[in-house]
Design a protein around this ligand. Structure first.
Ligand code: PGA
Length: 256
């Protein structure tokens, strides 16, 4: 049993429908075991129906409502963006910052991700800061350097005082959606290094307390071996989070 919180998130990405999202949420609410923190991250238009579905299933508070992104400005002329206050009004308590698809498909910079992470924590919400290297970066021996750079930029506005709401997700880009998860050894090495950088940036106490999720092709079959690694404190799950059985089995593996 780990002393840190274990947390599993279902990142639904740009999937589900208005009818299907609440059904999936209710299924998750009924199936997930205790002993692990669970969150779902539906698309923006489905946050309210999912919030209501979680409440109907008696899971409000037990399954947290997350958002896949947010803008750092509080309001104004930012067409297409969504503020943290808007998300809070919808019942959101945690927000992803810097997911690999935001960085590599939508072109978000390290600096923008850092501004988002600070704003999320300053708003009193939990921030899941996502980091991870591409295949080319791994093959050229730059995995640790990239993770360190993304952590330093992502946590520029974060100190020991607001770090208690921080969660890190290590998601190697080459493992996301490919069916090719990191090996437990890859994950152990990366997570150990991430925790040592957190120690430098936030101090030892905060670094020890901060959960580090692994993400990238997590399934019911590989979850237990990944989660058995000392610094792997849960999972951020994409494809497998769209199936109740698969997702709840991953949560059960995380709960140990
Ligand atoms: P995947 O996605 O589980 O489908 O690989 C993980 C993620 O992007 O968070």
């Amino acid at each position: 049993m780990k002393s840190r919180e274990t947390i599993v998130g279902g990142n639904w990405k740009m999937n589900t429908t208005l009818a299907g999202a609440p059904v999936l949420a209710e299924g998750v609410a009924r199936a997930v075991p205790g002993g692990v923190s669970v969150a779902v991250f539906p698309p923006f238009p489905f946050l309210l129906p999912v919030r209501d579905a979680l409440a109907r299933a008696g899971a409000a508070g037990r399954v947290a409502l997350g958002a896949q992104d947010a803008y750092f400005e509080p309001k104004g002329a930012f067409t297409g963006e969504v503020s943290l206050d808007m998300l809070r009004e919808c019942g959101v308590t945690l927000v992803l910052a810097g997911h690999s698809e935001r960085r590599h498909v939508l072109g978000e910079s390290d600096e923008l991700v850092g501004r988002k992470a600070s704003a999320i924590l300053a708003a009193g919400m939990r921030c899941v800061l996502c980091i991870g290297e591409t295949l080319a970066e791994r093959e050229s021996g730059r995995t640790q350097g990239v993770n360190e750079r993304q952590l330093r930029a992502g946590l520029r506005g974060v100190g020991p005082s607001n770090a208690e709401r921080l969660v890190i997700a290590y998601e190697p880009v080459w493992a996301i959606g490919t069916g090719k998860a990191a090996t437990p050894t890859d994950a152990r090495e990366a997570h150990g290094h991430i925790r040592s950088v957190l120690g430098e940036l936030l101090g030892g106490t905060a670094a020890e307390r901060t959960p580090i999720m692994y993400g990238g092709s997590v399934t019911a079959a590989n979850a237990a071996s990944l989660m058995a690694q000392p610094d792997v404190d849960g999972a951020l799950v994409g494809g497998a989070s769209l199936k109740v059985d698969e997702f709840s089995a991953i949560c059960a593996a995380a709960a140990g």
